[in-house]
Ligand binder design. Structure first.
Ligand SMILES: [Zn+2]
Length: 403
């Protein structure tokens, strides 16, 4: 059975494919690298008129992150959505007066409601704002409030954890968009609209292009209606810890991609992005204050990894995991690849934290739209951690002893 947490790379693969098609028609020759503008709110505001992949005409105000030699663009709009515009799709790109600024939470809520209304019929949508999030939902307010509180706790815990570990994160530049839908039918419909229908098998997904996490009401899926109060939410979600883990996992991707740990549309190795999400994913449902479970041994992943080692793991497994994302994208290898990514991340954070944070910093500084050269990926890794066969031996020894 496919692990329902495997959805995010599907989305990422689609994003990558979209970019490869951009790169295929847009010349980024090695002699003249794409010119990259600095991501800052002082960037000039542009209005870009183009035809999208479905041949619809669009005018999107935003900032240009990358301008290719032939005029293709990577554009970020004020909601934080990324648009790839090939030279052929581009109609006109004109600077506007003023500088780029993200939408305010109120504006983002309205934009999300518009987006969902254009995607289909989702009933009565309402926006809820919190410190870092804008949640648009058509389900019971008790589940929305419970989710918002959990997301804020996760955000704070994640950032405190990495600050203590020596990796400085920053506040998200954009309010973080989250959609919570009442029924699985609606959730499936939006996943299809987002071009990631396989995501509908899980309880949530992070869409890298839109910077959006989409969730389904965990309390409404089996009952006749959404939970009426927080106590009822807590009682219902405790029956489904794996579903809550998926929510935490997807929300962790969103935080990591918005606080300076990973860059969207840069070459983030999937073992690392997934390893980070799995390191955090154990939900903390008991504490209202702290978040005690970051880094707890993930028993499901550990069991899977031990089974993999005993029966299927090849001698070059670590190398193939580091060099390419391919094992995550195939049904028959994905679960083992996830377990190995968890094992490697857990091992490195617990035993090589200083080297790990230095490696994170190197990956966080990767340029946009330049995709993994396998040899470079390997060199980045061994440059941070040393000889691969030593790491593999120590990893296996460490995982054998782990309880
Ligand atoms: Zn993931």
């Amino acid at each position: 059975m496919i692990d329902d947490r495997n959805r995010w790379p599907v989305t990422r693969r689609q994003a990558t494919l979209a970019l490869l098609s951009l790169l295929g028609t847009t010349r980024f020759c090695s002699a003249s690298q794409p010119k990259e503008t600095v991501e800052s709110s002082a960037a000039p505001l542009h209005s870009v008129h183009f035809r999208d992949a479905e041949n619809n005409e669009r005018t999107v105000p935003g900032r240009v992150l990358v301008r290719a030699a032939d005029g293709g663009l990577l554009l970020e709009d004020r909601a934080g959505r990324l648009w790839t515009v090939t030279a052929e799709q581009l109609v006109i790109d004109e600077p506007l007066n003023g500088t780029f600024s993200p939408l305010t939470p109120v504006e983002l809520g309205a934009a999300l409601i518009d987006e969902l209304n254009s995607a289909g019929s989702f009933g009565d949508l309402k926006a809820t704002q919190s410190g870092h999030y804008v949640v648009v939902s058509n389900t019971g307010q008790a589940f929305v409030d419970w989710t918002v509180a959990m997301l804020e706790r996760l955000h704070d815990a994640f950032r405190h954890f990495w600050a203590r570990s020596g990796f400085e994160t920053h506040d998200p530049e954009f309010p973080l968009p989250v959609v919570i839908l009442q029924s699985r039918e609606q959730f499936t419909r939006l996943a299809t609209f987002d071009h990631t229908p396989a995501s509908a098998q899980g309880q949530g997904y992070f869409l890298i292009t839109a910077n959006r996490t989409t969730l389904v009401d965990l309390t409404a899926s089996e009952a006749a209606s959404s939970a009426r109060n927080i106590a009822e939410v807590q009682r219902l979600v405790k029956r489904h810890p794996a579903s809550v883990a998926t929510v935490v996992h997807e929300a962790t991707h969103q935080i990591a991609f918005n606080c300076g740990m990973h860059r969207r549309y840069a070459d983030n190795p999937v073992w690392l992005t997934e390893g980070i999400a799995m390191y955090v994913e154990t939900p903390d449902l008991n504490s209202r204050r702290g978040w005690q479970t970051i880094g707890r041994v993930n028993q499901n992943r550990l069991l899977q990894f031990r089974d993999f080692v005993a029966k299927r793991r090849k001698s070059d497994s670590l190398q193939t995991l580091l060099q390419s994302n391919a094992r995550f994208a195939q049904v028959d290898t994905a679960i083992d690849a996830y377990s190995e990514a968890w094992a490697l991340t857990h091992f490195l954070i617990k035993t090589r934290l200083r080297d790990f944070t230095a490696y994170l910093q190197k990956i966080a500084a990767q340029p946009l739209l330049q995709w993994g050269d396998p040899e470079q990926r390997l060199a980045d890794f061994t440059g941070a951690f040393g000889d691969l066969s030593d790491i593999d031996r120590n990893l296996q020894q460490y995982l054998r002893r782990l309880a």
